[in-house]
Design a protein around this ligand. Structure first.
Ligand SMILES: [Zn+2]
Length: 427
């Protein structure tokens, strides 16, 4: 994951001398845990589920289909009475700081672009009430005032949950986190904001939080592109209150992303969906009652993030696939979709183009038809980049051969017409 999150793992493991009295809800959870007497790390439940797939499905089914606009400016953005499924989109990192960076491209700008696109798509479904946690310049006013006014309570909330976990570890109910690094004593703003979001989301009855990120890894030389590629989704431990529902959502989104993108080649992310105990965004110390997933769409140095002409398309593509995954999760799948916004395309208009949107569309379409990446080559070696190269030429040749066209590896009129017949055309 990106370096800021590694840093936060250290921050959240702060040992504190302050003990805060637990709230009623938390005590109840503790009681249930002790009664259940669960102790093993894998496959066990430490906490009573705060959200389940069935709860969410029921909310979705019974959601009002009258469109509820969520205020972008009001400090109380949601309607008093909850009638829809509430989704909070959190573009990774602070508006002006944090996150990965490569070649003048900032993760925090990309996560906002994807977030804005995702908000747009989700908002078309009246069953959702959608809030974007920040723009490219500021946190949503509701969160901004919460971070400031409730800073002490947020810290108390974190401490209470940490104490809770520590006590369960001490009495042997749950195992210690061997990966926890104990250093530092001060909380950063970024950590406070993430705990604040968890606390606020609970008070606002948020159902699902989607934390959006681009990936990086710690020991990459900052001036050079790294060796890893692909997406991964981080989820809370299955043993947390929100573990199971979050995992189900992540699996559904991963299935849609993996239709057009490689899963991460980093060993610990190879499964695509990765459990994390100390990640704040997904509920470190069991601080999230809502389902929460953290999506790393790709590595910051991957080519699709470095072509300005692809920016809108790539943001929309990731957002759309995230939306499709959510719809699959809710059992309300979108029909008649190729799973990509890149095509159908005006293929005649793509003739002679070496890069950009037309090439991205061509690669995605060839992928959908099973020709891209070329035979015996992986998605990692031939990602959808929007740039013509050997991958696209080989894939086009295979397509032309399969459709009995003259084989050139180049998009010509006859090939464009064949593609048009496959998909129809969108002008
Ligand atoms: Zn990040």
């Amino acid at each position: 994951m990106c370096p800021i999150f590694r840093a936060l793992l250290g921050v959240l493991a702060v040992t504190s001398v302050t003990f805060f009295v637990l709230g009623g809800g938390l005590s109840q959870v503790a009681t249930s845990v002790h009664r259940a007497g669960v102790a093993t790390y894998t496959g066990a439940t430490w906490f009573v589920a705060s959200v389940t797939k069935r709860d969410l499905a029921r909310s979705y089914e019974s959601a009002s289909t009258t469109y509820e606009r969520v205020s972008d400016t009001n400090t109380e953005p949601f309607a008093k009475r909850k009638k829809n499924v509430r989704i909070l989109i959190v573009p990774g990192h602070e508006p002006f700081s944090g996150g990965a960076e490569f070649g003048g491209i900032y993760e925090r700008e990309w996560t906002y672009a994807i977030g804005e696109s995702l908000r747009e798509i989700l908002s078309m479904n009246p069953r959702y009430e959608v809030m974007l946690a920040r723009t490219d310049t500021a946190w949503h006013p509701a969160l901004l005032s919460y971070f400031t006014d409730e800073a002490a309570d947020i810290e108390a909330f974190r401490e209470a949950h940490k104490e809770e976990m520590d006590a369960l570890v001490r009495d042997g109910s749950i195992p210690p986190d061997l990966h926890e690094v104990h250093h530092g004593t001060a909380s950063t703003d970024a950590a406070l904001h993430l705990y604040g979001i968890n606390k606020w989301a609970g008070e606002q009855n948020i159902d699902i939080a989607l934390h959006l990120h681009l990936n990086d890894y710690a020991d990459r030389k900052s001036t050079r592109a790294g060796e890893h590629a692909g997406f991964s989704i981080y989820v809370p431990l299955g043993a947390y209150s929100n573990g199971e529902a979050s995992k189900d959502i992540a699996d559904a989104i991963a299935a849609r992303l993996s239709a057009y993108h490689a899963t991460s080649t980093l060993a610990q992310e190879a499964s695509g969906v990765v459990e994390s105990r100390p990640l704040i965004a997904t509920g470190a110390y069991n601080t999230a009652d809502h389902a929460s997933v953290l999506i790393e769409y790709g590595y910051i140095y991957e080519p699709q993030f470095h072509a300005p002409e692809l920016r809108d398309l790539v943001a929309a593509e990731y957002a759309y696939q995230t939306y499709l995954g959510l719809q699959d999760f809710f059992g309300d799948s979108v029909s008649g979709t190729y799973g990509s916004v890149a095509f159908p395309y005006d293929w005649q208009g793509a003739i002679g183009k070496e890069r950009g949107v037309p090439v991205y569309a061509l690669q995605a379409a060839l992928h959908h038809l099973g020709f891209y990446p070329p035979k015996n080559v992986s998605f990692t070696d031939c990602p959808i980049t929007g740039v013509i190269g050997p991958c696209t030429k080989n894939a086009l040749s295979a397509y032309q051969q399969a459709r009995s066209l003259s084989v050139s590896g180049v998009l010509d009129g006859a090939t464009a017409e064949a593609l048009q017949n496959e998909f129809g055309v969108r002008l």
